[in-house]
Write a protein that binds this ligand. Structure first.
Ligand SMILES: Nc1ncnc2c1ncn2[C@@H]1O[C@H](COP(=O)(O)OP(=O)(O)O)[C@@H](O)[C@H]1O
Ligand SMILES: [Mg+2]
Length: 353
């Protein structure tokens, strides 16, 4: 096990800089998820940690040792990719043991380690099968088994579940989390899926355009997003954002949208008249007396809850409520907002105030 430290790391491809001085500290045994939209530099950062890409500036250390010039196979890491290329003509057993075999480890040791990994991943009955005789989820488990067998200091995962269907993805998410709870090996896990990040991570690193936007525990990012990007990226369905300004006309500060609707705010360090963006999560709105009248455009009942898509003036605002509603599109309902749940972001910088 080992900590991983990324300091001021820069990556350039030719003249184009794609990672602009990233800092991330990963503790020994921590499960860290790098999350962000496609193209933001997650894989590039992971591949630099793995040693598969040279770094153009900064320092990467694993277990206290600077590895900038250490080749991948000497970094004591194991990587699991989205396309888990198994050797098609080798059995599960031989796929899993292959890295030890090429290292010249004794047969008995390979047998023992493969057996142990197979036990952890429940692959014991499949050891003599070939990859084509396995389901997608089983293949992904073999790919993880291959990584476990190497007993690395750090596991690196790059979108390992993207090729799986939704149900299997959830199951594998739980398996990987269990795996981490059992092995306590440091994990750096890349995904564009914020649900994966929220459910699996001890710590999330939100990236955008080659920069780190915010680092924090999942619920910390959910409760205290630093800016509109993080606020919109973390949480599902996404936070509502409405443009407008602060207004103290009615005695106490509130928010007034560009189309004139008034919303409650909690304690916030914003000036009267300041252009701001009002943020409220759909799950922090309920329907009831005294709420702000909005016009319903679409209802999406899922059984356990109803997602209400609505308009207020020119703005759209969505709510997720536990009730089954009998309103029809076009009708008005009152949206009640707890002011303490509202987030106010600066209109220019988009930073949370
Ligand atoms: N080999 C490469 N040559 C040039 N540009 C690259 C190369 N690999 C990645 N990039 C660019 O670097 C940026 C980050 O890519 P990547 O790390 O793959 O993003 P992510 O994994 O977050 O989707 C993208 O703009 C991508 O086009
Ligand atoms: Mg990628």
């Amino acid at each position: 096990m080992a900590e991983v430290s990324v300091k001021n790391v820069v990556k350039r491809y030719g003249g184009a800089e794609v990672i602009h001085g990233v800092n991330v500290d990963i503790k020994d045994g921590e499960f860290v998820v790098l999350v962000g939209p496609s193209g933001c530099g997650k894989s590039t950062l992971l591949r630099m940690i793995a040693g598969l890409e040279a770094i153009s500036g900064g320092t990467i250390s694993i277990g206290g040792r600077v590895v900038n010039d250490v080749p991948p196979k000497e970094r004591d890491i194991a990587m699991v990719f989205q396309s888990y290329a198994l050797y098609p003509h080798k059995t599960v057993r031989d796929n899993m043991g292959f890295s030890l075999k090429i290292k010249g480890r004794p047969k008995a040791e390979i047998e023992e380690k493969v057996g142990k990994a197979a036990g952890i991943l429940d692959l014991g009955k499949l050891l003599d099968r070939f990859p084509k005789q396995l389901s997608g989820g089983q293949r992904q488990r073999v790919a993880m088994g291959r990584a476990i067998v190497r007993d690395p200091q750090v596991f690196l995962f790059d979108e390992p579940l993207s090729n799986l269907d939704a149900k299997l993805r959830v199951a594998m998410r739980v398996e990987i989390k269990e795996l981490h709870q059992r092995l306590r090996t440091t994990i750096v896990y890349v995904t564009h899926d914020q649900i994966e990040a929220m459910t699996m991570a001890d710590k999330i690193v939100v990236m955008k355009d080659g920069r780190v936007e915010q680092i924090g525990a999942p619920l910390d990012l959910y409760d205290n997003p630093g800016n509109t990007f993080v606020a919109g990226f973390i949480g599902s369905p996404s936070m509502n954002f409405i443009k407008g300004r602060m207004d103290a006309a009615e005695g106490r500060p509130s928010f007034v949208s560009e189309s004139g609707a008034r919303f409650p705010v909690g304690d916030v360090k914003a000036e009267n008249g300041q252009p701001v963006i009002y943020g409220i999560r759909p799950e922090h709105i309920d329907i009831g007396p005294g709420g702000i009248p909005v016009r319903v455009s679409v209802l999406e009942p899922t059984g356990s809850e109803t997602q209400v898509f609505a308009k207020i003036g020119e703005d759209t605002i969505d709510a997720v409520v536990k009730d089954r509603l009998s309103v029809r599109p076009g009708e008005e309902v009152p949206f009640r907002i707890d002011p303490r749940r509202a987030h106010i972001f600066d209109g220019k910088s988009t930073a949370r105030l």
